[in-house]
Write a protein that binds this ligand. Sequence first.
Ligand SMILES: Cc1ncc(COP(=O)(O)O)c(C=O)c1O
Length: 458
Amino acid sequence: MTSREEYLQAALGAAVQRYEERNKRSRELHLAALESMPGGNTRTLLHNPPFPTFMKRGEGYKLFDEDGHEYVDLVAEMTAGLFGHGHPTLLRVLTETAGTVGLSLGATHAAESRLAALLCQRFGLERLRFTNSGTEANLHALAAARKHTGRRTVVAFSGGYHGSVLSFGAPLGKDGGEVSFGPGENTVDRDSFVVLRYNDADAVRRVFREREGEIAAVLVEGMQGSGGFIPGRYEFLLAIQEECEKAKSVFILDEVMTSRLAPGGLQSTIPGLRPTLTTLGKYIGGGLPFGAFGGSEPVMAVYDPRLPGTLAHSGTFQNNTLMLHVGHAALSQVYTPEAAVAHSARGEAFRARLRDVAGGTRIAFTGSGSFACLHVSEAWGRRGGGDGEGGSVTCKEDGGPEDEEVKELFWFYMLERGFWVQRRGNIALILDIPQEVLDQFVDAVADFIRDHERVLKL
Ligand SMILES: Cc1ncc(COP(=O)(O)O)c(C=O)c1O
């Protein structure tokens, strides 16, 4: 009888071998990419040993790779690909805008305030500014908080991810970076951050006592995204809000991922929650690069160019016409408030089925609405697999290290079954994905559990 470790090594070795045989063109393209980019990579998350799968094109909810395989896209561009590939309404607006308006006007134009007004109304913001990415939205929200309060310290949470230079230890998994729960090496201005455990309301109250008059802002996700779709608890988010109000600090809720979960964002589902600033990104540009931050008028006034001594916030493509026109169509015509409610409900039902098939194993599925994340370990299976969102796991440290080899095996397995999933386990649903395709994925998860029962038993 082989040990668990031997079983996993053998299964993974065989999966890698099959992958290499099935993806010869991807391997060639990877070797060529090594000549011009470090590791052949320009986006660390997409670095997948032995070499990444090179995609050629997308169509609706499907992707097609360079070696001729077809996949159901459950990565959905890390939630930004909500509309799938080539949504007809968005395509029409995209080509019309490019043809009749032009790409960048180098001037103020009406499409800016049209989308800004729509977003302010939908997400309950008084004022808003655009950026090119979610990372920039958070950076500028932090700058606003610091300017407004005249303080520097920012409280963030382990497992939190707020952009490429605002990462607080979201584990990337084997060969994809180290698991560390402090600010990463490339976290901007890292010494000014205090990093606490996610969902620890007591730690929040304590830090405000210990650092009285020092805290400019608390930066937090209402549900950790890259950190594994771990929902924030009501008491925790409310404690942040209360402490920020008392200390006149700025409460920044990062809704870059979560704003799609309900018509007014995740915050609209939490009674009494009203962050000072909200940051947005991902799907809102209809698939084009997008970011925005906004909220309290007095705080956002630090960017009012009519006032003396305010902050500059420039960026060549911040008011690019394609994003502004397509983004407006995406929110007003496609992802309407009703569509958001319906999509989240479908996601809830999908995740409930995933949890059913995974019950009693080392696998747990966390998430909310149209997001789900696979976690694998004994602790996750015991504590996170059962009742409620995330069971009793409330932060990364609670769940402990995961069985990264099993997660890898899952990744290779799903690729062979024609499902494009993230190696770290996050899944996001494209808007028009057919129900029977979701059912097929649930069946594939059940098959994976049956085929590898040996390493998944509790
Ligand atoms: C919660 C959260 N904030 C910010 C970002 C950064 O957004 P972008 O990749 O557009 O810079 C991300 C990206 O994954 C995110 O999930």
